[in-house]
Design a protein around this ligand. Sequence first.
Ligand SMILES: Cc1ncc(COP(=O)(O)O)c(C=O)c1O
Length: 386
Amino acid sequence: MSEVIKNQVIIPPIDAINKRRKELEATGIDIINLGQGIVDFSPPEEILQEVAKEPGLFDYTPDPGLFSLRSEVAKRLGPPCKTEEIVITSGANFAFLLAATTLFNPGDAIGIFSPYYFNHQMVLSSLRLECVEIEPNDSYEYDLDQLEKITEEKKLKAIVLVSPCNPSGKVFGKAELEKIAKVCVKNQIFLLMDEVYKDFVYEDGLADKIPFAHTLEGMGDLAINLGSFSKLYGMMGYRVGWLRMPLKFIDQVIKVQDMSVICACHFSQRVALKILQKNPKFTYDYLPILKDRREKVLDRLEKSGLFEIFPSGGALFIWFRPKNMDVSADQEVFNILEKKHVCIVSGAAFGKAWKSWFRFSFGRCNVDILLEGANRLIEYFSELDK
Ligand SMILES: Cc1ncc(COP(=O)(O)O)c(C=O)c1O
């Protein structure tokens, strides 16, 4: 009899907590759901109506996606990106899988800024790659000289970075990115940059000043960009994103795309294309709302004096832990759900150092609900502190 091959891939943490949340909701309990990193806006109805009338939607698109959409994405990324370097994917997660299967061999060591996006670690782990965590110091800063040392010692083949970061919300600034790029260029290793939250930066004007990976000096064929329409245009369920790889890798990427999904959903590609053509800065209308939520909820948590909060400036998350308490976040998220009816995510899945950390998202709920959620968290941890 054949055996199931087991590897080190973790159980998706959101699935586990969502399963229990749904059981509680089925009994009539109202849960404040701050778990998943999702937004509460979606593509304009008139765009959906217009696209629905377009001919040929029943068909596959070419494997790399609609040329017009690839071209719009290339425009978004800016020179020196070429349309031919863009592959439209079934979301950024799939883009990461395509990139990793193309670039890496089992056993390769990959550096990953920690806290990391757990789906990246899951992909690397399922491909039997070694994940080397790059952790911040006690002031939450990354020592980039140390990065250089780790790169050499561990013979890293690539560095994975999410900016703005899921889960910490940290925005890597231009100077930091330039230093990271220098390490990549010196060691001739890849930088896989997840730019899914690129527009979700709360300091006015800052988003436009942060460079895309492929524009960093000297990166040439070493930069890989991962992007998505999921959060950008509220298209989570449409499953459409992109991968930008240097041209020499595209044939290999297309092999995997063709043998798996063939192409991203045609309808979704057309919706994304229409929004990009008509109102590319669509997301910017929602940023003040997200900013307001973030500020109010941060203020409430900070004033409680109970939490250590990771300094952040972007994405959709607050990343925190209770001060002076050595809790197991894996257990506490279930206790919080049962006792306070708030759903948040345990930090344990985001790296070794984060077992007592928690993530919640301000992307989906309005300010009143968020503040109620924050109050209940404060209540929960004050009771635990006694
Ligand atoms: C950093 C990051 N990358 C990728 C994704 C997934 O994006 P997509 O829906 O395009 O697969 C998420 C979703 O939460 C994310 O937080």
